[in-house]
Design a protein around this ligand. Structure first.
Ligand code: C2E
Ligand code: CA
Ligand code: CA
Length: 642
């Protein structure tokens, strides 16, 4: 848009400034046309007046100018607004100059037209055209002055006072009309700017508020909490006081959200926010820092008793059920506490420590509070360190797979092998999976670690010699989060393809916890894996929340009876019954059963008597490294050691 366009846009915008561009152009053209008609009327009237008073040359000039102005609507209709403005102003400046030159020169009434035209030009023309027009007008005036001075032209003074008065009135009327129109537009612009400014200020304030407050509860958010902390802590330090940070996390809030919907969850959060705010003093701060997480900053503590008192009061106040239209809800919170300067003196450290203590409170059974303590910090730091080392270890190929043979109890033939991961740590030595798999699962590293395990197990297995004329399948342990990943089947397929291994030589061991419900799309995933020929076994059977119903719905291959039942089979009646029950269940469903952790002949004998066909355990072999396992197969298996 041109400068003039912008100016006109500003001029003709209505209050609120929300005129669509079409309306703005329309108003602009309307103003140009109004000024055009006023000018035409003035020129024609002027022509009539001068003609009537016997000055036909003036009439000719006025009529010529009126005719030339007819170009203005033509240009406008064709969309050349800038040209229309130029024609409008140029023709009129030329007309004024010609009328003055033709009559009384510098003393002519027409001279009054110049300032009016220049004002129009300033308002509606481009800056460049305005300056040009000023210069032209200056040159015209100077030319008339010089011509008169040097006697090139004699300007006759007029003696018709009435005509002069009429012409002056005419010129002033046109100029007033135009300026009146434009100045009303300017006033409108100013009014609209004021409204805009007001709106801007309001939205600034709103943004400011939103940046520092939680939209749902209206409580300060984390950003403002940090600011308040800095202020309060500076004050505390001045008087040697301490500051308490209480980190609250509602217990089982997810259940309310999941079962009653987010609207109800929101109402509960709002109510909790209210209650917390009523518990603290003016100088303290309650903030909402996350979904169901709140923070209370208690300033000016002279001892730490008030912290415990407030924590107790929080528990107490949440005890009353929260009533929303959908019913009553009981909520409780776990609270972690850190204290400045005891536990640190910056917001992030204190928040982190209070958060850790909150987890401690959750671990201690929820609906309670716990203070941060250093030992907790050390434990968490160690876990973080271990995690970092695990990541590095994966890159440095420090992990290895050991294999434990699965044997047929009748004759001790090797019929398979379970891959068990070990970490060959440069300083810690051989680290067993129980020391790092849970952490890998919590941190998500299990995805990379699990993918590596799958690939390695498949490549090893593809390279194993046959035993008694049959290839030996490999079993790989799969964690729940691994299985839950949508692309898990793709990962398995890639591992098989990469190793050139047939799917029916791979078995995946999953635990019962996967079977609790089907919300992870378990059935569909199982079907896809079965399509690849991959078998699925249920690991540690009997220890989880077995939903026996699922056994008949899904296509499992094997049940692995947990070691805890096997080891007690001789002495413990209950274990014996459980093992017998699992074995007959498996038989009934046509599944293989594998006894885990068989360490001696007596146990093996009891299992054989109970009809158990397959087993694993130290009795036959501990898990051994990949090359030893390969040699074992090459040497014809375990040599019937049992
Ligand atoms: P699990 O799947 O139940 O594996 C069997 C565990 O019992 C192995 O411990 C094995 O060494 C041990 N074991 C075998 N026979 C006997 C025996 O006769 N007596 C005794 N006392 N123990 C025996 P390990 O290797 O320490 O593995 C522990 C657990 O770590 C495994 O339990 C499995 O849940 C997990 N795990 C191992 N490797 C992997 C892996 O690659 N991925 C995943 N996600 N988990 C793995
Ligand atoms: Ca296993
Ligand atoms: Ca097991």
């Amino acid at each position: 848009m041109t400068d003039r366009g912008k100016l006109l846009t500003r001029l003709f915008g209505t209050p609120g400034g929300s005129q669509p561009p079409g309306r703005i152009a329309e108003t602009r053209n309307l103003r140009l046309m109004q000024i055009f008609w006023a000018s035409e009327a003035a020129l024609l009237l002027g022509a009539a007046l001068t003609f009537a008073t016997g000055a036909p040359s003036g009439s000719v000039i006025a009529l010529g100018a009126a005719a030339a102005l007819a170009l203005v609507p033509v240009a406008l209709r064709r969309g050349h607004e800038e040209l229309a403005v130029i024609v409008l102003l140029t023709v009129q400046v030329a007309a004024v100059t010609a009328l003055a030159w033709n009559a009384q020169g510098l003393r002519d009434e027409a001279m009054l037209g110049y300032p009016g035209l220049l004002i129009f030009a300033a308002m509606i023309a481009t800056r460049r055209f305005f300056v040009t027009l000023v210069i032209c007008v200056g040159i015209c005036i100077a030319t008339m002055g010089v011509a008169e001075e040097l006697g090139w032209k004699i300007f006759e003074p007029s003696d018709t006072g009435l005509l002069s008065a009429l012409i002056i009135i005419l010129i002033i009327a046109v100029i007033s009309f135009g300026i009146g129109l434009l100045s009303s537009d300017v006033s409108r612009l100013l009014a609209s700017l004021t409204v805009e400014n007001e709106r801007y200020r309001e939205s600034q304030q709103l943004l400011e508020h939103m940046a520092h407050h939680d939209v749902l509860t209206g409580l300060p958010n984390r950003v403002l909490a940090r600011h308040r902390f800095d202020q309060a802590y500076a004050q505390c330090r001045r008087f040697g006081h301490s500051l308490g940070v209480l980190f609250l996390d509602l217990d089982h809030f997810k259940d309310i959200n999941d079962t009653r919907g987010h609207e109800v969850g929101d109402l509960v959060l709002i109510e909790v926010g209210h209650r917390l705010q009523e518990l603290v003093r003016q100088a303290d701060t309650v903030c909402r820092v996350g979904g169901d997480e709140f923070l209370i900053l208690l300033s000016d503590l002279e001892g730490n008793e008030r912290v415990a008192r407030v924590a107790d009061r929080v528990k107490e106040s949440l005890r009353a059920p929260v009533t929303v239209s959908e019913g009553e809800f009981r909520v409780s919170a776990s609270i972690g506490i850190s204290i400045a300067p005891l536990d640190g003196d910056d917001f992030d450290t204190l928040l982190r420590k209070a958060d850790m203590a909150m987890y401690q409170a959750k671990g201690e059974g929820r609906d309670g509070f716990a203070y941060f303590d250093e030992a907790l910090d050390t434990a968490i730091r160690e876990q973080l360190q271990l995690l970092a080392e695990m990541r590095d270890g994966l890159g440095r190929d420090e992990f290895e797979l050991h294999y434990q043979p699965r044997v047929r109890m009748r004759d001790g033939t090797v019929v398979g092998a379970e891959a068990l991961i070990r970490w060959n740590h440069p300083e810690r030595g051989l680290v067993m999976p129980s020391a790092f798999i849970p952490l890998a699962e919590r941190s998500g590293l299990i995805h990379d670690l699990g993918a590596w395990t799958l690939r390695r197990a498949c490549t090893d297995c593809a390279d194993w010699p046959m035993a008694n004329g049959s290839p030996i399948p490999v079993s790989v342990n799969v964690s729940v989060p691994q299985f839950a990943r949508t692309d898990f089947d793709v990962q398995v397929q890639a591992a098989l393809a990469g190793a050139g291994l047939s799917g029916d030589l791979l078995e995946l061991e999953v635990t019962e916890s996967l079977l609790i419900d089907d919300n992870q799309g378990f059935g569909e995933k199982l079907r896809q894996l079965r399509e690849l020929g991959v078998a699925i076994s249920i690991d540690d059977f009997g220890t989880g929340y077995s939903n026996l119903g699922v056994l008949q719905h899904y296509d499992f291959a094997t049940i692995k009876i947990d070691r805890s039942f096997i080891s007690g089979i001789l002495e413990n009646e209950a274990s014996r019954t459980i093992v017998q029950t699992i074995l007959s269940l498996a038989r009934g469903l046509g599944l293989d059963a594998v006894a885990e952790g068989v360490e001696n002949d007596a146990v093996a004998g009891a299992l054989r008597d109970a009809g158990c066909r397959y087993a694993q355990g130290y009795l036959w072999s501990r898990p051994i490294n990949a090359s030893d396992f390969r040699s074992l197969l090459g040497n014809g298996g375990l040599g019937g050691s049992a």
